[in-house]
Design a protein around this ligand. Structure first.
Ligand SMILES: *Cc1c(COP(=O)(O)O)cnc(C)c1O
Length: 375
């Protein structure tokens, strides 16, 4: 960096204009190589997952398809210790709308916890179903104070449900959902969680969580397109109270109320084979430590301390004289896809490196090498 050169040599140096055309990054990746994804989705897709997806589509009424879907639901339930799992056709946002729909069947107001973009979105999901809710907000990148949920519930004993985000993807914050669960359990309050970017990246335990959302295309390492709703109680169809597609009961009972996608379900089933043990989680933690060590060594500011951060999301706060969009564009041209285009990242000059799905350590090292040359 020009600034550093000046400080080191003590001589006057012409300001160096960074070369964003990034010809000097080109040598890091072989010509024609597929870009490396450090996005929260779409993620790198393994060859067995790709092969499963490309099988010819089967009818959603075919017995083999129904068996495959039932097995995938069972595996997902075991992975996160949930009693039921519905597999819907849609993105993660659908699962959160479905959860809002279930909450609309309950009486009583709720409490929504927000310390980032996805907490804010829960408020919009709630508004869409006219739910009454208080909101407990923290600045983006700040953890919620210990005991804040207990205190809020004790202040307002009428609150019947709490809804928050497990991994707040906009910052990488891993919220302390275990403390929320204990606070809710002691008071007989329903807890709902957005686990969309947590599942598949770290061990998730949904015991004591009544409703939770997940998705196929992030940590589970499959294609985007399947939306997951985990639930504790059996859900009955509510044809006179909820739109059919947003009714958990429609999906819960037989599992296949409408046209489903055997390609997406087959790919998800293949991706789930990676989760036979806790091994992928240990590997991911090690890779996150390596990535962050490298980033900090080159003087970059990582937004969150490791103790409160998901291993899968590393947010970098770039210096004011470096444009996050230009860094993201230059990396993309050099074959490294990082997360930088969301409005909430652009406005803060943040970029994110995500380690969802399977990424090789060599890929992480080559991204670090590219960043060294860039900033
Ligand atoms: C990605 C994400 C969503 C939205 O999921 P889509 O698949 O884009 O609809 C919601 N919540 C969190 C925490 C996420 O990371």
């Amino acid at each position: 960096m020009a600034q550093k050169d000046r400080a080191n040599t003590g001589t006057a140096v012409e300001p160096v204009k960074t070369d964003w055309s990034s010809g000097h990054l080109g040598t890091l990746r072989a010509a024609g190589a597929a870009p490396l994804s450090f996005l929260p989705g779409p993620v790198a897709i393994g060859s067995s997952v790709r092969a499963a997806f490309h099988a010819p589509p089967r009818s959603h009424r075919a017995p083999e398809f129904l068996l495959e879907l039932a097995a995938a639901r069972e595996t997902l339930q075991q992975l996160v210790k949930a009693r039921h799992c519905a597999v819907l056709l849609g993105s993660g946002t659908l699962a959160n709308d479905v959860i809002a729909g279930q909450l609309s069947l309950r009486c009583g107001p709720g409490l929504i916890l927000s310390n980032g973009e996805f907490g804010e979105r829960l408020l919009r999901h709630a508004a869409g179903f006219n739910l009454t809710a208080q909101v407990l907000r923290c600045p983006w990148g700040d953890p919620f104070p210990a005991r804040c949920v207990e205190e809020a519930l004790d202040r307002s004993p009428g609150i019947r449900w709490v809804w928050g985000v497990s991994c707040e993807t906009s910052t990488g914050m891993l919220n302390d959902t275990a403390s929320w669960r204990d606070a809710c359990r002691e008071r007989g309050v329903t807890l709902c969680l957005d686990c969309i970017s947590a599942i598949g990246c770290l061990p998730v335990d949904l015991s004591g969580v009544e409703l939770a959302s997940g998705v196929s295309g992030k940590g589970l390492g499959a294609y985007p397109g399947l939306s997951l709703v985990f639930h504790t109680r059996p859900a009955m169809p509510q044809p006179d109270r909820l739109p059919a597609y947003l009714d958990l009961g429609s999906w819960a009972v037989g599992g296949v109320p409408f046209t489903h996608s055997s390609n997406l379900v087959g790919a998800l089933s293949a991706a789930l084979a990676r989760f036979g043990s806790d091994q992928p989680f240990g590997r991911l933690r090690g890779q996150a430590a390596r990535l962050r060590r490298g980033l900090r060594t080159m003087g970059l500011r990582v937004l969150l301390p490791d103790e409160v951060s998901s291993p899968a999301v590393t947010t970098l706060v770039l210096p004011a004289d470096v444009s996050s969009v230009e860094v993201g564009d230059a990396l993309a041209r050099a074959g490294f896809l990082i997360s930088y285009r969301s409005e909430y990242l652009v406005s803060r000059n943040w970029i994110q490196v995500c380690l969802m799905s399977e990424i090789s350590t060599a890929a992480i090292d080559s991204l670090l090498a590219a960043l060294v040359r860039l900033v």
